[in-house]
Ligand binder design. Sequence first.
Ligand code: ARG
Length: 457
Amino acid sequence: MKLWGGRFTKEENQLVHNFNESLSFDQKFYRQDIEGSIAHVTMLAKQGIVSEQDKEQIIAGLNGILADVEAGKLEFTREHEDIHSFVEANLIARIGEAGKRLHTGRSRNDQVALDMKLFCRDEIEEIDRLLKTLLEELLKIMKENLDTYMPGFTHLQKAQPVTLSHHIGAYAEMFFRDRGRLRDIRERMNYCPLGSGALAGTTYPLDRDYSARLLGFYGPTLNSMDSVADRDYVVELLCGLSLIAMHLSRFSEEIIIWNTNEYQFVELDDAYSTGSSIMPQKKNPDIAELVRGKTGRVYGALMSLLTTMKGLPLAYNKDMQEDKELTFDAIDTVKGCLALFTGMISTIVFRKDVMEASAKKGFINATDAADYLVNRGVPFRDAHGIVGQLVLYCLERGIGLDDLTLEEFRKISPVFDSDVYEAISMKTCVEKRMIVGAPGREAMEKVIEIYKKRLDE
Ligand code: ARG
């Protein structure tokens, strides 16, 4: 059906139709389109703009379309331009005259703005749920690994000892921020564009507060031109998704590194790794690599939409139809990545023995050895130099700081005493770091309590 047949004389060229149509992808929000129409007609009836009887018929017709689409009985046939025309045409075919009254006081411009908002809002909830599940898994790992020592890295070089709990906790922080970001976006976008019409509102006495409330919005948007032209919330959502993808990619990269023969910090479950068609010894971290790789298309969606929106004059422009495919793809991609990553991380085996052995090598207690001297009155700069000399001495002999005899310690600085061994043991190095945010057990337990409460909220 052509919604704008009246003014046109020539049949639409097929190529133009194919180029112009959006039904092939905006069919994805048929539910939101119907939900919006039901709210709209409910409001129209309350205002006496359509009769109660027409309203009843329209709602029954819309629910029939919904049921048929969901049951696979109604197909999205290509002759319709978009989901809005599709639903309206089907409604008129089902209920006749009354169906023609649904679009009173509405334009596809405020309709699509509404559909996209409802869709994004629903998806935000879904993504938030996936983030929560991932965080629950991370919290479990954190609780179980408060004493699993491992090297902490800077520049991918061993730096200071931490625990697996602390390392995983860094990612928990990231994913908590991601949830907060989604919440912020939802708050800001939660105003209803319905009633903005094509761009200048309408002369019908619509009750915009009422339809906004019916749809769970805080209220109506306050400028009809902005309402049909605004896609900020989609850009924000793509930005939020990009950050989730970025965090997942960093985590994946660590898993990939930890899974190498050189590290062997983890063992991936068979279900989340694949073999090589030629090298029988291989067990590849494909899922982690794919999650890392898919980040590109999520960033791409963000850049694409920003570019589409750049320089667009008010109000609605067809360019904005380009917001959909890339947003749908970014959402599906991130949802897939979150689900798969959660599966992978919850079945992974952490090789605690290997992590701890690795932490023992590489002088990651050197800072603590220097601090030991500082606590006995040596200025930090001197202490740094003394421990540097000790490290050099150890390197020449292929040993660690803990392997030095007290005599060897004292040869370089007489300040060292027999309690140095205790002071630079891995346990001490970690446990003494008990200020908030540090890896010491005491500090971590408090943080985990906070996380647990946050997840229960
Ligand atoms: N398919 C269109 C879109 O996604 C719907 C709005 C069409 N409005 C119009 N005036 N052509 O943006």
